[in-house]
Each structure stands twice: as structure tokens, then as C-alpha cells.
Design a protein around this ligand. Structure first.
Ligand SMILES: Cc1cc2nc3c(=O)[nH]c(=O)nc-3n(C[C@H](O)[C@H](O)[C@H](O)COP(=O)(O)OP(=O)(O)OC[C@H]3O[C@@H](n4cnc5c(N)ncnc54)[C@H](O)[C@@H]3O)c2cc1C
Length: 328
């Protein structure tokens, strides 16, 4: 948009000369969000707890043997996929991903994770401070196929100004329904015999702004979801690929920007709809495929040029031999 490719009216408002009016640029913003804070306390001292595990002993162990607690991926040990009642049960295409962590927001006493999750001090104090540094694990049910759509706009034509992001999370009722069912399934999962062996119990004080609702009803869960849901940072789809008949398509199937020659977009933004799982691997595949398309184009050009040169040479040779024949 800063370069002049985007919705013409918006660019003009910001004083940017329009090179190509492309109404789909910045639209169709999608992301994966997950319910946060679903914490199960456990008895054995096996979870990631900052003041117990992040210390000089762990640092030494890591330095000497390259193992120990400092090698964990911040506790995100595993993922799993389930289908809620809103997914088509026959096509094996889950609509919820569980992110399973051997730590919870309380693991560092509210120092970092609470801030990363955007929790207010009052919220943390009321819900998690009583279990500061206690052993626990978490399940984050993440919605895989959001129907809500957001938008990115420019704040100004200054490239150093952050853009405006309108996520519109949970504006489509389907998204709330799926997350609510994912949340219920996550609670059931944490209460299975397997986890009961560790004394797993849900840490479940009523959330501050949901106390007026009867506990564990659908209304309560919907309120909980609206209070503590976080982005998984999978922003994508704002320069979507599509056929020329789609006025909001920004790039064609070869990732070339419609109406602008010599320009491709090769990143997460070209997805028409967000992929059904973490998006980094698909983005790498887009990068690989895009690079091949660029190479094929230029190799094709070179091949065409070489073919033409060869054809010209043959023409010149045959012309010369014809003239020689004629003069003989
Ligand atoms: C905190 C966080 C955690 C994540 N965790 C996961 C995860 O666990 N699993 C997973 O699958 N995905 C994860 N993701 C998502 C994944 O990392 C991104 O979706 C992916 O990296 C997007 O790739 P991209 O190429 O579209 O954009 P980016 O990776 O953002 O690449 C854009 C590049 O363009 C460069 N750039 C920007 N402006 C300019 C300019 N003007 N000129 C030149 N270069 C420029 C930037 O420096 C950057 O290198 C995470 C994302 C975040 C932010």
C-alpha cells in the first residue's frame, strides 16, 4: 500500500499516488486464536517452574551436556488435533488444535507470560497469583478455521508508522461456538485417567467479568473466551491468491500481482484462507514454490532467447549458403 498498490480511496486519503487500484490488499486478514489460561495443577514436581528450573544449575547443565530444562521449547511440548461437533465428522479434518504446555501462565509468578498474554495486573492477581510457581500444565485450544475476517490499513504514508490492525476476532458466531466446544474438550482431556495419575485438577476460579453467569454454562464459557483468548501470531491472507474474476484477488496462481508487471508476493499473505495448523511450514513451502516459479520464468526466458539465437543463426547460415549457391 505504501508503494501505491491497494484500495485506491484509502491510498488517496493517505496522500499516496495510486499505481494500481487493488481493493483486496489489506483485506481478508486471518489468524489463529486460542483460549488461554486453562490451567491444571499437578502434584509431582515435573512442570516448568521458573524459579526452580531457570537457575545456575540448569545453565551449567546446558553448557556442559546440552540438555536439561533450558532445552525445552518454552514448555510447548506437543500438539494434538480434535474435531468439535461443528466439524464434519466424516472427512477427518479437525477444527481445533490443542497446544499442550508443561507450564502455565503462573510458572514465572506473573513476570513475563502474563504480559505476553496481555493480562492486566488485577486479572492476574485475582486468578493466578494464588498459584504462583505451582506445578501445572496447560491446554490451549486453538481454532483452526476462523470465519471472522480482519483488515490492515495504513495509519499514514510514513513507512515508520505502525499500520492499523483490525482483527475482528470472534465477530463471527461460528468462531465462538468452535472455541467453546474446544475448551470443553480440553477440560475433559485434562481430567482423563492419564492426567489424574498426576493429581491433575482444573484451576477454575470464576473469571472477574463472568461471575454474574452460572458457572460452566455455555454463556459462562463464551464470556471466558472473550476475556482470555490470545493470538498465536499467524497473521496471513491479506494479499490473497485468486482467479482474475475475483475483484479482491491480489495475486494470480503464479503469485504475480494483478495489474503490475514484474512483481510477485511470496509470503503468508497470499493464502486465500489460513492453513489448518501452524503456518510456518506452509509459508516455507510457499517460499520454495515461489522461488521455483521465479527460476522457471527466467530459465524459460533464457531458453527462449537461446532458441531464438539458434534459429537466427540457422536462418543466416541457410541464407548465406543460398546466396553462395546462387552465385555459383
Ligand atoms: C512470536 C511468533 C511466534 C510464532 N510461532 C510460530 C510457531 O510456533 N509455529 C508456526 O508454524 N508459526 C509460528 N509463527 C508464525 C510464522 O513465524 C509466520 O507466519 C511466518 O514467519 C510468516 O512468514 P512471512 O515470510 O510471511 O513473513 P516474515 O517471516 O515476517 O518475513 C518478512 C520479512 O520481510 C522483511 N521486511 C519487512 N519489511 C521489509 C522491507 N521494507 N524491505 C525488506 N525487507 C523487509 C522482514 O525483516 C522479514 O524478514 C510465529 C510468529 C510469531 C510472530
Amino acid at each position: 500500500m505504501l508503494s501505491g498498490i491497494g484500495p485506491a480511496q484509502h491510498l488517496q486519503e493517505k496522500g499516496i499516488p495510486v499505481i494500481k487500484d487493488s481493493p483486496g490488499v489489506g483485506k481478508n486478514l486471518q489468524d489463529h486464536i486460542a483460549v488461554g489460561g486453562l490451567t491444571f495443577l499437578i502434584d509431582p514436581k515435573i512442570a516448568i517452574v521458573m524459579n526452580r528450573l531457570v537457575n545456575i544449575n540448569s545453565a551449567l547443565r546446558y553448557a556442559l551436556t546440552e540438555d536439561g530444562p533450558l532445552t525445552t521449547s518454552i514448555g510447548l511440548e506437543a500438539v494434538g488435533f480434535i474435531s468439535t461437533k461443528y466439524a464434519n465428522q466424516t472427512d477427518d479434518w479437525p477444527d481445533i488444535e490443542f497446544m499442550l504446555t508443561s507450564a502455565s501462565v503462573n510458572a514465572d509468578g506473573g513476570q513475563q507470560v502474563a504480559r505476553a498474554h496481555g493480562l492486566t495486573d488485577e486479572f492476574y492477581k485475582e486468578i493466578y497469583e494464588p498459584i504462583n510457581f505451582k506445578d501445572s500444565f496447560s491446554v490451549f485450544p486453538m481454532m483452526l478455521r476462523p470465519k471472522s475476517r480482519g483488515e490492515i490499513k495504513l495509519r499514514s504514508k510514513d513507512p515508520f508508522d505502525y499500520p492499523l490492525l483490525y482483527h475482528n476476532y470472534l465477530t463471527h458466531p461460528h468462531d465462538v461456538d468452535v472455541l467453546r466446544e474446544g475448551l470443553k474438550a480440553a477440560i475433559a482431556y485434562g481430567q482423563t485417567q492419564t492426567f489424574k495419575r498426576f493429581g491433575a485438577r482444573l484451576h477454575n476460579p470464576p473469571l472477574p467479568n463472568c461471575k454474574h453467569l452460572p458457572l460452566y454454562t455455555d454463556e459462562y464459557w463464551e464470556c471466558a473466551i472473550r476475556q482470555y483468548t490470545l493470538s498465536i501470531y499467524h497473521y496471513s491472507c491479506t494479499a490473497k491468491m485468486g482467479p482474475p474474476s475475483d475483484p479482491n484477488a491480489v495475486v494470480d496462481p503464479e503469485l504475480r500481482v494483478y495489474g503490475v508487471s514484474g512483481l510477485r508476493v511470496i509470503d503468508a499473505s497470499i493464502m486465500p484462507t489460513i492453513t489448518n495448523g501452524n503456518i510456518n511450514a506452509p509459508v516455507i513451502m510457499i517460499g520454495e514454490k515461489g522461488a521455483d516459479m521465479v527460476k522457471n520464468y527466467w530459465l524459460g526466458q533464457r531458453y527462449q532467447r537461446r532458441k531464438k539465437r539458434r534459429a537466427d543463426r540457422i536462418l543466416v547460415t541457410s541464407f548465406n549458403s543460398t546466396s553462395i549457391n546462387q552465385s555459383i
